[in-house]
Design a protein. Structure first.
Length: 330
């Protein structure tokens, strides 16, 4: 089965073609980082307009690179949510319209499910069941995954997600947008012994997370120190070490409590090299998406859509989007 995946939830336009027999055939991505960087963050209206400009050329590029004509596509998968409503509507309307024109089914995919399953695009890929650490700008969750759609929430963020805390602290340090990656690069030059920041909920009996207080502690440290490059790097290192300590300890604890052997780490923060190094040092079986699939992309949506189709997913009637949408119903 050939599934065309479309991702337009925020500031990246992604399109991909996935074959259930042969894997990912082609994918293309356009990022809006340069455009939004001028404003210090995502401007929803600009994001939506740019998706409109990019989605059709990217779809044509993917089909050309795969060598597959549009008529051979068996189904469409598009991100239905969560995300920016206007941006989601671009992908949803394009995907649903294309499906209608071709007489092929079109289904909406949960953006976080795409991230959750993205390590399956890599080799070796994990088998079910596993514990997933879903860590991004908007979410920090630990989830037991027994199969597609078979999810149990173990722990959630109570305030700022890890990626959000990274971005906000990067802004405090005068780094550009998006700040998380820039903060990690700066932390790589920092002294790990100079400053110590709190590890929120590190020893709590549950698997929940809270990073708002850590961000405030970093703000206090920034205000009380000289603004030289060495100090900024040392603060960045202290901040990153605090987040990584919490993520690693809770992930390993969840894995052991569930009695499982495999940990999957997905979402934008899964690209963090320090987090990967620390988890790899734990002596556990860990799987990550390739770096190109850590950010939002069409490949993960095509994969998730293909797996949903194989499970008998029912095509959407018309189309709609869900800007707020929990992956796991409470």
């Amino acid at each position: 089965m050939l599934v065309l995946g479309i991702e337009t939830s925020c500031d990246e336009t992604g399109v991909a073609l996935y074959d259930t027999d042969h894997g990912l055939l082609a994918h293309a991505l356009h990022t809006q980082i340069a455009m939004h960087g001028e404003y210090g963050g995502v401007v929803p209206e600009l994001a939506s307009r740019d998706h409109i400009r990019r989605v059709i050329p990217l779809a044509r590029k993917v089909l050309a690179e795969s060598g597959k004509p549009l008529e051979e596509v068996d189904g469409i998968a598009y991100t239905m949510g969560p995300g920016l409503a206007g941006a989601l509507l671009v992908g949803a309307s394009f995907g649903a319209s294309l499906g209608f024109a071709l007489g092929k089914p079109a289904i909406g995919v949960h953006h976080l499910e795409g991230h959750l399953l993205s390590p399956l695009l890599s080799k070796p890929s994990p088998d079910f069941p596993f514990v997933a650490l879903l860590v991004s700008g908007g979410h920090t969750q630990l989830i037991r995954v027994d199969g597609v759609g078979r999810y149990r929430l173990l722990g959630d963020t109570l305030d700022d997600a890890a990626g959000e805390a990274f971005d906000k602290t990067a802004k405090l340090l005068g780094l550009g947008y998006p700040g998380g990656a820039a903060l990690s690069r700066l932390a790589g030059r920092g002294n790990p012994s100079r400053f110590h920041l709190p590890r929120p909920m590190l020893n709590s009996p549950d698997f929940d997370f809270s990073f708002s207080g850590l961000k405030t502690a970093a703000l206090t440290l920034v205000r009380n120190q000289a603004e030289d490059e060495e100090t900024r790097a040392d603060i960045a290192r202290a901040f990153q070490d605090a987040i990584v300590d919490v993520l690693v300890k809770k992930s390993v604890k969840a894995l052991r409590q569930c009695g499982l052997e495999r940990l999957v780490v997905a979402g934008g923060v899964s690209a963090n090299s320090e987090l990967r190094k620390r988890l790899d040092a734990e002596g556990i079986e860990v799987y990550y998406p390739d770096l190109q699939y850590c950010t939002d992309n069409g490949a993960m949506i095509a994969l998730a859509g293909a797996m949903r189709y194989q499970m008998g997913a029912v095509p959407e009637k018309g189309f709609g989007v869900r800007a707020r949408w929990d992956l796991i119903a409470s």
